[in-house]
Design a binder for this molecule. Structure first.
Ligand code: BGP
Length: 467
C-alpha cells in the first residue's frame, strides 16, 4: 500500500553540536568533554568527543551529503561551551559566533531548514563545579541569558527553535542512572533538576517571545517519550504503569504543553518528602510560557510491573523507580545490538495521546532510528552499507505514524536519528544510526542504502508500506 504524507512535511534527521562538531576551538568544556579528560575508560573503546564526526571542519561537505539524500530539514544544537567565552558575563566567543552563522548559512543555501536546539546534554562543566549545575537557580538564569544571546544572533535566519533535547535523560543521566557526569545517584537532586530544567525551558521561551526577530519564529521542546505498558491487568501492574508514565512522560509533557505539572506526581513527591524547592513566581513563568509545538523522540516502549518489594518497605534512598520495575515481556522483538525493544505501534499510541490529551498540539517525530554495531558486516562491493534492517524499522514506524495522521493527529514531520554516524556519549561510536556512514579513522563518509531509500521517500512525500 502507498501512503502519502501532508504537504510540506519535514523529512529530515537530527544530530547535535557535541556529537558532531568535535572539540576544536571550543572556548569551554562541557560535562562530557571533562568526563573524557578525567576518565577516558568509561567511554566505549576510549573514544571521546574530541573529533566526533569533524563537523566543525567538514560542515560544508556534510551538509552537501545531507542534501544529496534529500533532507529538507535538519536539527543540530548550538553548544553553550562554543558560543559563550565568559560563562559568568555571557561574553561571546567570536569564532563560535562565526561558526554557527556559517553553519546556518550553509543549511539555508542548501535549501535545508535549520532546526536549532539550545541544549543537548552539554552543560558547561564549570557551572557544575561552581554552582552544582542544574540543581542551581543561578545556572537556570545563565541558561536563559545564553538562550537570549542565541535569539539575538540567529533568529533573523532561524525560525525553528527548541529549548532542551530530552530533559529527562539529563535527570536520569546525571542523578539516577550514572550515564552523564557527575554520575551520581541522588533522587532529591534528580527531582530538583527536573523542576529547574522545566523552569529553564520556560524562561528561555519567555526570552524568545521578547527578543525573536522573526515573525514566523516558533519555539518548543524535544521530549523522549517512552509509553509505559503494564505487564498485566492486575491493579498493582496498572499502578506501576501509571507511576512510570507520570515520571517518564507526563512530568515534562504536561508542564511544557499545559503549563502545570501533573497533580498526582506533585502529591506523590510531597508525600515522599522529596518535592522541589520552587516559588509561585517561578510557577507563573512555567504556566505562562508554554510551547508552540513539540518534538518527540521515540525509540522504544517501556514495560513495567509492580515492584517486587513494596515501595514503603524499601530501605534505600528515594528514587522514582521504587514504584515500578522493568518488565521483560516474553517474545518481545529486540534490537539486540542496542538492547531496545522494537515496537512501532507505540508511535501511534503517542500520536493519539497527544491528539486526545494535549490539545492536538502540532508535533513532529524529532528522533527515531535504529542503532546497530559493527555495520561493516553489511558492507557491499561498492563501499556502501546495506542496512535493510534500518529501512524496515523506519517503514514500520512511518506506517503507524501515517495511520495516526489520517486519524487527525497533527504531526508535521519525521526526523531520524541521525544524518551521519556520530559520537554518542558513553557509547561513543558503538551503535551507528546514520543514513551516512563515517569511518572515524579517515573521516570518509559514505551514503548507506537507507540514505538512498530515504531520498525516494522525500521525493515521493510518501512510501510503500507492508500491511
Ligand atoms: C538519544 C539522544 C541522542 C543519541 C541517541 C542514541 O536519546 O538524544 O543524543 O545519543 O539517543 O543513543 P545511543 O548511541 O546511546 O544508542
Amino acid at each position: 500500500m502507498n501512503v502519502t504524507f501532508p504537504q510540506d512535511f519535514w523529512w529530515g534527521a537530527a544530530t547535535s553540536g557535541p556529537q558532531s562538531e568535535g572539540r576544536f576551538n571550543k572556548a569551554n568544556a562541557n560535562v562530557f568533554d571533562y568526563w573524557y579528560e578525567i576518565e577516558p575508560e568509561v567511554f566505549y573503546d576510549q573514544v571521546g568527543p574530541d573529533t566526533a564526526s569533524n563537523f566543525y571542519h567538514s560542515f560544508r561537505e556534510d551538509i552537501q551529503l545531507m542534501k544529496d539524500i534529500g533532507l529538507n530539514s535538519v536539527r543540530t544544537s548550538i553548544q553553550w561551551t562554543r558560543l559563550i567565552k565568559n560563562l559568568e558575563t555571557g561574553e561571546v566567543d567570536e569564532d563560535g559566533v562565526r561558526f554557527y552563522h556559517d553553519v546556518i548559512d550553509a543549511f539555508l543555501a542548501a535549501d535545508i531548514r535549520p532546526v536549532i536546539a539550545l541544549h543537548h546534554f552539554d552543560l558547561p562543566v564549570d557551572l557544575y563545579h561552581k554552582y552544582g549545575g542544574w540543581t542551581s537557580k543561578k545556572v537556570v538564569k545563565l541558561f536563559a541569558d545564553f538562550a537570549e544571546t542565541c535569539f539575538n544572533l540567529y533568529s533573523e535566519k532561524v525560525t525553528d527553535w527548541f529549548t532542551f533535547n530530552e530533559p529527562m535523560v539529563i535527570v536520569d543521566g546525571q542523578y539516577l542512572h550514572q550515564i552523564h557526569y557527575p554520575n551520581l545517584v541522588d533522587g532529591k537532586k534528580a527531582v530538583q533538576t527536573a523542576y529547574h530544567l522545566q523552569l529553564a525551558s520556560a524562561m528561555a521561551i519567555e526570552r524568545f517571545r521578547k527578543s525573536s526577530k522573526n515573525e514566523d519564529g516558533k519555539i518548543g521542546i524535544i521530549l523522549n517519550l517512552t509509553p509505559s505498558y503494564p505487564a498485566s491487568d492486575k491493579v498493582e501492574d496498572l499502578q506501576a504503569a501509571t507511576h512510570a508514565n507520570l515520571w517518564k512522560n507526563k512530568l515534562f509533557l504536561d508542564a511544557s504543553v499545559k503549563g502545570v505539572f501533573p497533580s498526582e506526581l506533585v502529591d506523590l513527591l510531597k508525600a515522599d518528602n522529596v518535592f522541589w524547592q520552587g516559588t509561585s513566581e517561578e510557577e507563573a513563568i512555567i504556566r505562562e510560557n508554554t510551547i508552540d509545538y513539540l518534538g518527540i523522540n521515540y525509540y522504544h516502549p517501556s514495560r513495567v510491573k509492580a515492584p517486587d518489594v513494596s515501595a514503603n518497605s524499601l530501605a534505600v534512598d528515594w528514587v522514582p523507580s521504587r514504584y515500578f520495575d522493568k518488565y521483560a515481556m516474553p517474545g518481545r522483538r529486540m534490537n539486540v545490538d542496542k538492547g531496545w525493544e522494537i515496537f512501532p505501534k507505540a508511535i501511534y499510541d503517542i500520536a493519539i495521546d497527544i491528539r486526545d490529551n494535549y490539545d492536538n498540539i502540532d508535533w513532529f517525530v524529532s528522533e527515531n532510528g535504529m542503532g546497530v554495531s559493527r555495520e561493516e558486516r553489511f558492507l557491499q562491493a561498492d563501499g556502501s552499507i546495506a542496512d535493510d534492517y534500518r529501512i524496515q524499522f523506519m517503514k514500520e514506524h512511518l506506517s503507524y505514524l501515517h495511520q495516526a495522521i489520517s486519524e487527525g493527529s497533527h504531526c508535521f514531520g519525521y526526523h531520524s536519528w541521525t544524518p551521519i554516524d556520530c559520537w554518542s556519549w558513553m557509547n561513543a561510536y558503538r551503535n551507528r544510526y546514520g543514513f551516512i556512514s563515517n569511518n572515524i579513522h579517515t573521516q570518509i563518509k559514505t551514503i548507506k542504502k537507507s540514505g538512498y531509500w530515504f531520498k525516494s521517500v522525500v521525493d515521493n512525500n510518501g512510501l510503500s508500506v507492508d500491511q
